[in-house]
Structures are given as structure tokens and as C-alpha cells.
Write a protein that binds this ligand. Sequence first.
Ligand SMILES: [Fe+2]
Length: 219
Amino acid sequence: MGFASFFEKKMKGGYDRVKMGENIVKTEFDYEKHKDDPRILDRFASWYLRSARELKALPIKMFFDNVVFFNKGGVGDDEGSEFLGVSAITLYRQEQLQVQLVLAPANFLIPEHTHPNVDSYETFIGGPIHFEKDGKPIIPKENIFALEDGTCSVFLRSSKVPSSTPHGGPVGDSPASFLSIQHWKNGVKPTSVHEDWAEDGAETAAAKTEWEKEQIKTV
Ligand SMILES: [Fe+2]
């Protein structure tokens, strides 16, 4: 079976969907359909992760200003920031929705924090990152490891992190990466999650809404 027959591209306003087997997966999220849906982030995360699993491809909607370094002092600043060595690339942005691929060095500790204007799904990609939510590990440390073929035991496992939920955690003894699938709220334009960051409020987060309390399985 040739590549062309395997991936049948359908023209509709451009290459906006691909067919794989019986599944047609849109390569752009239907923002108009879901823009007023209080569960827009659940819909977006499901769509993004479904594409990752079924097409083995991450949807890309790339912007020119797509790379950020969390150390605000910039290149060569080795004392000015607690985030030295952490960086991210914005893989996808559409209106108030965004996906960042975050890279963190070995033995880095992400301090407990919240993002006051961002709901997200944090998604494991590779490496030993030990996310904690409300002070508890999302996945027990011993369950995160390299499988025999070298892939990550928790690849694409995902956890909902509402804006009020304190989270953070340590990276193990090799570098790690994860996806942050985000919905920016309150009219704040998407930039990078480290720009919408609060540590003071992490322990005094507001009462959670019903949506925030629900644990939705996205994959
Ligand atoms: Fe965060």
C-alpha cells in the first residue's frame, strides 16, 4: 500500500484533514464549533491526543515567535533565574488554545505553582518527570521508566490541571519533556505558561468549580 492511498488527503479549504483507515482526523481543531463550550479544553485535548495516538503525529500550527526560554536573563545568564535550562516550543496555537512542548533539564525542580488564567492538560512525553498535583504524584515514581524498546512507559498519559490547581514536581536524573495543552481564559492572550505564573497563590487557591473537580479521562 502506497503512502498516497494510506493517507488520503481531502481538500476542503486546504489540507485540513487526513484519512487513516476508517478514521478521518482533522488537522485543525473546530474552534468555531466549541468556542462557547465550557468543556472546550476537554474537547481540544481529546482531539489533540487522539491525533497523537492514531496518526502518530502532533498537529502543528506554528508561529514565528515559537520558542521561549524560561530563564528571563537570556543566553549566558547562569545565576539570574531559577528556570535556567527550561525551554518550550509552541507547537499549536488557535485563538485561546495552545500546546507547548516543554523541555526541562535533569534534576530540575518545578516549584509548586498555579497559572491563574490557564487551564491545562499536562501530558507525559519522555524522560523521568514526576508531576505532582495538589502535592500528590500524578503517577507513582516507579511507574515512569523506559520500556524495553526505549519508549516511555507513560507516553501521552495526561492529567487535567485547572487554573486553581497547584502543581509542579521534580525531574529525575535525565532530562524530560512534556506537552502542556492549554486554554487561556479571562481574555488573556496565549503566550507561555511561565508568563502566567503564581507561586504565592498556590496554597490559597480559590474554591474549585464543578468542571475543575471532575476528572475526565481524555484518552
Ligand atoms: Fe504549570
